[in-house]
Design a protein around this ligand. Structure first.
Ligand code: NZQ
Ligand code: ZN
Length: 388
């Protein structure tokens, strides 16, 4: 079991009605609030009115930044920077999914940053001074509510870069705010939670019983609760379990004691959404079974890990390890299919034309040579092709 550091300074209020802590959470930082949100889902679900009532009732001075897009763009960060500076903002309140929270984190750094904003994104390693970010989560997926990361896209250069900005100071995670998440986003978000877990689970280091158990438990819980949430959108227990899994899966907790794996599926997926602006979780669901088959074939020494996955997560058994390993991957692919999301790139009108460039982008300085099973650019192109 390897050394690890636990440093998650976010105060997380989890459960129904926790918005009662909103005013006190903001007040500690000041009265001038930048309210950041996406394309309008918070208005349709009534959360915008609820938030404004609290803010107006406590005399906060509110500036709004709306229209933050899925795969949030640099232009929204620039707009947020301007608003923060012009209005002397004390604290950013992000209400929405991962895109809104990620954008708020980058704005929090941009508020103090002098210089080119894309360079800020390219170099974000957690070194920037930031405004405090408080968020109200409305979609269980990325874990942005409990981690330091933000992912920002630059459509001019077809780049989408993850960086470290700041942990939210406070995250309000009320599962009832996810009742309105459509089936497609519920399935995609759940695939994202699973992928964050896979990116830690498929590691050479296998003596960290705690993280092994956490990973397997998250994976099983998501596969039970996602279909329930799709069938019964207002099933509290299902939504609550997905939300709790979302926060834990990307917070580094499933990685305790384990080797860094390079997060290969995320490296590849960020290229798909950078070039084609697709939903992150859908790209991951398409890539994951193909990546698994590719590495199992390339390096059969990882068979025991896939056998453990097939047994402990997918509930399968077979006397022949090679058959069992492959059956676990097939079952995972069937599960993703059953949630109704596309399972081929061709369904998203993605062809082969940029695969070489995307592979090179996904693997700067050959960093995936350190992955669970090392990947070359040629491997990545092959995986993309298998997804067609
Ligand atoms: O824009 P609005 O109107 O809010 O609608 C959103 C959006 O269309 C909608 N939505 C959110 N909550 C809803 C809702 N619709 C109805 N009811 C609700 N309660 O869902 C759509 C997708 O929202 P988005 O925020 O884009 O989804 P998600 O949370 O999956 O975030 C995806 C972004 O996060 C990045 C991804 O790459 C992508 O850019 N990631 C961030 C990570 C992090 N910070 O640690 C890690 C992840 O691996 C990921 O890369
Ligand atoms: Zn992800």
């Amino acid at each position: 079991m390897l050394n690890f550091i636990h440093n998650i300074p976010t105060k997380l209020y989890f459960g129904k009605g926790q918005i009662c802590h909103l005013a006190e959470s903001l007040m500690q930082y000041g009265k001038r609030v930048l309210l950041a949100y996406g394309g309008g889902s918070i208005k349709r679900m009534g959360l915008y009115d609820e938030v404004m009532e609290i803010l107006n009732g406590h005399d906060f001075i509110v500036t709004e930044l709306s229209g933050i897009a899925p795969n949030p763009r640099l232009s929204s960060v620039a707009e947020g920077q301007r608003l923060c500076r012009e209005n002397g903002i004390d604290v950013i309140l992000a209400v929405g999914g991962g895109s809104t929270i990620d954008c708020a984190k980058a704005i929090a750094a941009a508020a103090f940053y002098e210089g080119d904003l894309w360079e800020m994104v390219q170099n974000a390693q957690g070194q920037y001074k930031t405004l405090p970010v408080v968020d109200i989560l409305t979609l269980s997926a990325t874990g942005s509510e409990f981690d330091i990361f933000g992912v920002i896209s630059n459509p001019d250069t077809n780049e989408k870069l993850g960086g470290m900005y700041c942990h939210p100071a406070v995250s309000i995670c009320d599962p009832t705010y996810t009742f309105s998440v459509p089936a497609y986003q519920t399935a995609a978000g759940s695939a994202d939670i699973m992928s964050h877990t896979f990116e830690n689970y498929f590691s050479r280091e296998s003596d960290s019983d705690l993280s092994e158990g956490i990973c397997e438990s998250i994976l099983r819980s998501v596969m039970v609760n996602c279909p329930i949430a799709i069938r019964e959108p207002d099933n509290y227990a299902a939504r609550a379990n997905l939300m709790a899994c979302s926060s834990v899966a990307c917070a580094g907790i499933p990685a305790y004691g384990k080797e860094d794996t390079g997060w290969p599926c995320h490296a590849m997926e960020h290229e798909l959404s950078a070039y084609y602006d697709i939903t992150h979780g859908v790209g991951l669901a398409i890539l994951t079974p193909r990546w698994m088959r590719h590495i199992l074939k390339k390096d059969p020494s990882v068979t025991p890990r896939f056998v453990r996955f097939a047994r402990n997560v997918m509930g399968l058994d077979d006397d022949d390890d090679r058959i069992l390993a492959r059956a676990g991957i097939d079952a995972l692919e069937e599960y993703f299919k059953s949630t109704g999301i596309p399972m081929r790139l061709s369904e998203l009108d993605i062809g082969t034309e940029h695969f070489e460039q995307m592979a090179a982008h996904a693997n700067p300085d050959n960093f995936l040579s350190e992955a669970f099973v090392p990947l070359t650019n040629e491997d990545i192109v092959e995986i993309f092709r298998a997804c067609l």
